[in-house]
Design a protein around this ligand. Structure first.
Ligand code: PMP
Length: 356
């Protein structure tokens, strides 16, 4: 077979997608991926290293990671049976769409939002229906309710705090959507430790609510690939059927448990990052740009001088994310909150550019 023939065989739902890709650039100050700037303490890493060396590598991890589920349950306040853990919350989103999406029944998405939802909705053959955020990039409750009324049984994905805008859906808004929507509501709370309210307790009242969370942000574990979802036990038992067996390797499983055991120590950086975010937002507000309120570990700005700012920062070794190609985000940059030193370098670079 010739290569074009092989390419022709690829599912059109995949072939027509634009690849989700991030160009790799080596820079001293990396503020483009909403990572946590603080690495884990050496002592904890060494303890995990010792566990990995001692544990036989020829044996599968547990079929069901009971201990991790129990610890996660204790952390978020639900029984272990209400939780599935996996290889990052990205994997949880894939599993959810495999279990919940139906061919040609579009998934409702609030744009602009995390790109992966659209990619997966297309990939599973459902496609997506867009509800735009309003002109201030806040959730537009009326438009969301209208979309739900039009497609009452469709899966509805909401990201709160929303990436890349930082926007939060408050509890009253969420309750109104849950009261109306007759399909599943997937609430991605990857950034919830930085602001907003945890919707996990609402799972008890709403069997169609599933909340996804991650260790990549507040727990500073982006490299570890651990995320989880929470829903009612019977719903979780169904979704579990489509998850690959052994999706978490023994290393990730042990690391996640260690993270929960040491969560006091690891989460010490969260308050600092929140303070840094608020200080940086106040600083940016003095510059000729619009700063959107953020409940996450990043800030979205809009400015006529987007390209100049991006390039100046890059020349100073600071990489931020150009999100101008997202719907409704013309002239926008997203800046992740770094360590105080990194944020100072960012401020210095911007001060020089704007002569302040
Ligand atoms: N959801 C949102 C909103 C995100 O921004 C990200 C990562 N950028 C993810 C999910 C995926 O996170 P994970 O590392 O847990 O796969």
């Amino acid at each position: 077979m010739k290569l074009p023939e092989a390419l022709d065989l690829i599912n059109p739902a995949v072939k027509t997608q634009k690849a989700y890709h991030l160009e790799r650039r080596e820079v001293p100050v990396k503020l483009n991926q909403n990572e946590n700037p603080f690495d884990w303490p050496q002592s904890i890493k060494e303890e995990i290293g010792k566990f990995c060396v001692d544990r036989p590598w020829n044996r599968y991890p547990p079929f069901i990671p009971d201990e991790l589920r129990a610890q996660l349950g204790e952390y978020i306040g639900l029984p272990a049976e209400c939780i599935i853990a996996g290889n990052g919350s990205n994997e949880m989103l894939l599993v959810l769409l495999l279990a919940l999406a139906k061919k040609d029944e579009p998934v409702i998405l609030c744009q602009p939002t995390f790109t992966v939802y659209h990619l997966l909705a297309e990939g599973v053959g459902a496609g997506s229906e867009t509800v735009f955020l309003d002109s201030a990039l806040q959730f537009d409750l009326d438009a969301m309710l209208a979309a739900s009324a039009q497609r009452p049984r469709a899966p509805f994905i909401i990201c709160s705090p929303n990436n890349p805008t930082g926007t939060e859906l408050d509890e009253t808004q969420l309750r109104k959507i849950l009261a109306a929507h007759k399909g599943f509501l997937i609430l991605d709370q990857a950034y919830v430790e930085f602001g907003g309210f945890s919707a996990v307790p609402l799972v008890n009242e709403h069997p169609n609510l599933i909340v996804t969370r991650t260790f990549s942000k507040a727990f500073a574990g982006a490299g570890l690939r651990i995320g989880y979802m929470a829903g009612q036990a019977e719903v979780i038992a169904q979704i579990n059927k489509i998850k690959l067996p052994y999706n978490i390797n023994f290393f990730s499983e042990y690391v996640a448990r260690t993270a929960l055991t040491h969560r006091g120590e690891l989460s010490a950086g969260i308050d600092l990052l929140i303070r840094e975010r608020d200080t940086l937002a106040a600083f940016l507000a003095e510059l000729p740009c619009t700063v959107f309120p953020s409940s996450a570990n990043f800030i979205l700005i809009r400015t006529d001088r987007k390209q100049e700012i991006f390039e100046t920062l890059l020349a100073d070794g600071i990489l931020v994310r150009d999100v101008a190609s997202y719907p409704k985000l013309e002239n926008c940059l997203r800046i992740s909150i770094g360590s105080p030193e990194e944020n100072n370098l960012l401020k210095q670079s911007l001060r020089r550019l704007f002569g302040r």
